[in-house]
Design a protein. Structure first.
Length: 101
């Protein structure tokens, strides 16, 4: 949860109009690559949030990562004790991964 808040705060500072257009509510950093989100979680737990930011920033640049507003987030089946959760944006079947809470 800490990383989601941290990354959301970072993205809010750099793309505030996108988050505001989505209703201004909470949004979750999500990436297509599961390994990228696992790595971001690892880095965040090691207190290297700058490196975790960089993973998400690079993903946004290549369009592999995006913020998904909470109201559009659909959680898919996730194995117990998984650190990342597979989700998709309502109406779009493309899978993304978020860090579990």
């Amino acid at each position: 949860m800490k990383l989601c808040r941290t990354l959301s705060g970072f993205v809010l500072l750099t793309t505030a109009s996108v988050v505001h257009a989505a209703g201004g509510g909470p949004a979750y950093p999500a990436c297509k690559d599961k390994a990228a989100m696992v790595r971001a979680a690892d880095l965040s737990e090691e207190a290297d949030t700058a490196a975790a930011y960089e993973i998400f920033r690079r993903g946004v640049k290549t369009k592999d990562c995006q913020l998904i507003p909470a109201g559009q987030l659909v959680i898919e089946t996730t194995p117990p004790l998984s650190r990342v959760i597979q989700v998709h944006r309502r109406g779009n079947p493309d899978p993304y991964w978020i860090i579990g809470q």
